[in-house]
Design a protein around this ligand. Sequence first.
Ligand code: NAD
Length: 407
Amino acid sequence: MQNNPWERARAQLKNTAKLISLDSLLEARLGSPDRVVEISIPILLDDGSVKVFTGFRVQHNNIRGPYKGGLRYHPQVEMDEVKALAFWMTMKNAVVDIPFGGGKGGITFDPKNFSEGEIERITREFARKLTPIIGPNLDVPAPDVNTSPKVMAWIRDEYSKIVGMDSPAVVTGKPIEIGGSEGRTEATGLGGFYTLMELLNLNNRGHKDMTVAIQGFGNVGSFLAGYLKEEGFKIVALSDSKGGIYAPEGIDVVAAEAYKKADGSLSGFVGKDISSDEVLTLPVDIVVPAALENAITEKNALDIKASIVLELANGPTTIEADEILRAKGVTVIPDILANAGGVAVSYFEWYQNTHDEKWKKEDVFKKLKEKMDSAVHAVYDAHKAYGVSLREAAYIVALKRIATAAV
Ligand code: NAD
C-alpha cells in the first residue's frame, strides 16, 4: 500500500495531524480532494486514425488561494498519483508561504511516441475541457514532467479564446515572450540548491568536494547539477530514463547536457554506464532523486550510502524507506520544501501577469532565495522545537499555516 502515493499522502497527513492535534474537520477536508475531474480527449492522429486519451485534474484544496499545480504527460499518470501530487502541492505552497492551494493534472500517454502536431491537438482538446474549471483566480496549471512552456502557451491560447479575453495568468511556466517569468525554468533546481546550502549553513557544515549523484537529468536535475558544480560540489553520477553514468573523478555537466541532446542518452559520455536506479546507491555524500515517485523504497533504502537525500522529485521516498533512512541517520530534505522553488517562481509569474509587471532575472532569484531561506528556517525551527524529522517539520509548518487560514 505504501507504494500508492495517495495512501502515503494520507498517512503523512494523519501522522502530522496527530502531532499538532489538528482540528478533525480540517483533517477531513484535507483527507480528500475538493474535486476530481476525468477528461476524455479524442484526437485524430497523423495517420488518420482516432485515439481517445484520458486526462485528469485534481483540485485538492483552496483554503489558502487558487488551486495551483502542474500538468504531467506520462504513461504512468493515474488518478491516485494525481491526487497525491495535488495534496503535496497544497502542502508545498503553504511551506513556502505563497497564496495558493493545491492542484495537479495530467494525461496518460508518452509524448515521445507522438508528433508535435498530435501533442498540440491533445493539449488543446484537454485545455478546452479544462476551461470551465481553471482560471487566474480559480486554478492555475503549470509544467511538470514532459510538459514545456510551449504546452503552457497552447493552454493559455485555448483558454483565452474561449473566455474571450487574453488571460496570461491562467497558466505559469509560459515562454517569456508571452508572459512567462524570467527564472522560471531554473527555479526548481535553483530552489533546491538554495535549500541545501541554507541547511548546510544552519548545521555549520562545509561542502567543499562533497560528491553528488542525481537521478533524473531533465529540467530540475540538470539545473541543480549546474548550480552545485558551480559552487564546488562534485557531480559524480547522473541518470535519465534510459540509464546512467558514474565517473568518480567528476562530470562536466554542461558537456553532459550537450551530449544527451545530440545522442539521446547519457550512455557512453564519460566513466562507466550504470542503470538509472544504481545512481541512488553509490558511495556519495548527497543523493538527489529528481525523476519520479517511489525511487527510494524498502528494497533499496538500506543500500543508500549518502548522508543526505535531497528530494527534488515529488514523492520519491516511500514511508517504509523513510523509516529505514531515519534509522540509518540519513538526513532527508523533503520534497515539499526542497522542490518548492518552481512554484514560488510560478507565483512570481502569476503576480507579474496580474499586476502587469516584468521583473529582471536577478530580482526573481533574489526573491526566490528569500522565500526558500524563510521556508528552510521555518521548517528547521519546527524540526528543533518538535524533535521530528525535516519531513514531519515541513508538514507541521504547512498544516499550521492552512489551519490559520481556515479559521
Ligand atoms: P522532466 O520531464 O524535465 O525530466 C524528468 C527526467 O527524469 C528526465 O531526464 C527523464 O529521462 C528522467 N526519468 C524518468 N524516469 C526515470 C527513471 N526511472 N530513472 C531515472 N530517470 C528517469 O521533468 P522535471 O520537470 O525535471 O521533473 C522531475 C521531477 O521534479 C518530477 O518528480 C516533478 O514532479 C518534480 N518537480 C518538477 C518541478 C518543475 O518545476 N519542473 C517542480 C517541482 C517538482
